[in-house]
Design a binder for this molecule. Structure first.
Ligand code: HPA
Length: 259
C-alpha cells in the first residue's frame, strides 16, 4: 500500500446522508490502494470536534455504489492504512420496533445477516481458514463510549437493538419486515454486513450508529421515500451530535489502549 504516514486512529464510515467529507475541519485528501482493490472513495483526514479522524464515504463521493456492490473490505483496509484502529460506521436504517421512529438514533448491539453474494471474509479462497468470534458483533469498548456520550446528551437514542441486514438495493416487502420483526430485528438496513465482520477480521474495533430515516415497509402510513426525505436531516444531525460528543473520550480511550 502507498500513502501518507498514518497519524489518525479513529475511522468514520459515512453512509447515506453522511457521505459528505465536508463535515470535517482541516481536510486532507489521502490516497490508498488496498489488496482488495480501490475503496468506494478515497479517505479524507481531518478533525471533528477537534479530534483527528479519517472519513470514508461508503457509497462513494457521488453516492455511486449501491449497498450490494460496496467494496467493504477495501473501505476498511483503506481506513486501516490511514492509521485507524477504531471505526465507527454510520448507517441509515428503517425502523421496525415501535421506538425506532424516524429521527431516532440507536446503537445496535446485535445483528442478523440476510445478505447474500457479498464477500463475507478476507479469507475467501483456498488456503488459510479462520473463524473469527462474532458473538457480540460490536466492539464493546467503542459501543460503551458511544452509549455514555449519548446518555449525557438527552438525544432520542436507544443504546441497543438488533439490526437486520438485507441485500437491497430494493426496499423490503411488508411480509419480509413482518418476518424480520418475528426474528427480533428492531431496525433494517443494507450496510452493516459484511462491514462489521470484515472489521473484526482486520482487527479493527468497530461499532455502528444507526439513524432511522423511515418506518420500515408496512410500518408507517406514508411513502418511504417521502419519509426518508423528511427525516434525513434530523437523523443526520442527531448522529453527528452524538459523534461529536463521543469522539474526545473515544480518542482518549484509543490512546490509552496503546499502538
Ligand atoms: N430498509 C432497508 N434499508 C434502509 C431502509 C429500509 O427501510 N431505510 C434506510 N435504509
Amino acid at each position: 500500500m502507498g500513502g501518507r504516514e498514518p497519524a489518525v486512529r479513529i475511522g468514520l464510515i459515512g453512509g447515506t446522508g453522511l457521505d459528505d467529507p465536508g463535515v470535517l475541519d482541516a481536510r486532507q485528501e489521502l490516497a490508498f490502494d488496498t489488496p482488495w482493490g480501490p475503496p468506494s472513495a478515497q479517505p479524507v483526514a481531518g478533525r471533528l470536534a477537534g479530534v483527528p479522524v479519517v472519513f470514508l464515504a461508503r457509497h462513494g463521493r457521488g453516492h455511486e455504489w449501491p449497498p450490494h456492490r460496496v467494496n467493504y473490505a477495501a473501505n476498511l483496509a483503506a481506513l486501516q492504512a490511514a492509521g485507524a484502529r477504531v471505526v465507527v460506521g454510520l448507517n441509515a436504517v428503517g425502523g421496525i420496533a415501535p421506538w425506532m421512529a424516524p429521527g431516532h438514533v440507536a446503537l445496535p448491539d446485535q445483528l442478523i445477516d440476510y445478505t447474500w453474494g457479498r464477500t463475507q471474509s478476507l479469507w475467501d479462497g483456498p488456503g488459510e481458514m479462520r473463524h473469527v468470534e462474532f458473538t457480540d458483533p460490536m466492539d464493546s469498548g467503542v459501543h460503551a463510549h458511544l452509549c455514555t456520550a449519548g446518555a449525557t446528551l438527552g438525544l432520542p437514542l436507544t443504546p441497543r437493538g438488533v439490526y437486520g441486514v438485507t441485500q437491497g438495493p430494493r426496499l423490503e416487502t411488508r411480509a419480509e419486515i413482518d418476518r424480520l420483526a418475528r426474528d427480533g430485528c428492531d431496525m433494517v438496513g443494507m450496510t452493516l454486513m459484511p462491514e462489521a465482520a470484515l472489521a473484526r477480521e482486520l482487527g479493527l474495533a468497530y461499532a455502528c450508529i444507526a439513524l432511522c430515516v423511515n418506518w420500515a415497509a408496512g410500518r408507517g402510513s406514508r411513502g418511504l421515500h417521502q419519509e426518508m426525505a423528511e427525516s434525513m436531516a434530523a437523523a443526520t444531525g442527531a448522529a453527528l451530535t452524538l459523534l461529536r460528543a463521543a469522539l474526545p473520550e473515544l480518542a482518549m480511550g484509543v490512546a490509552a489502549s496503546g499502538p
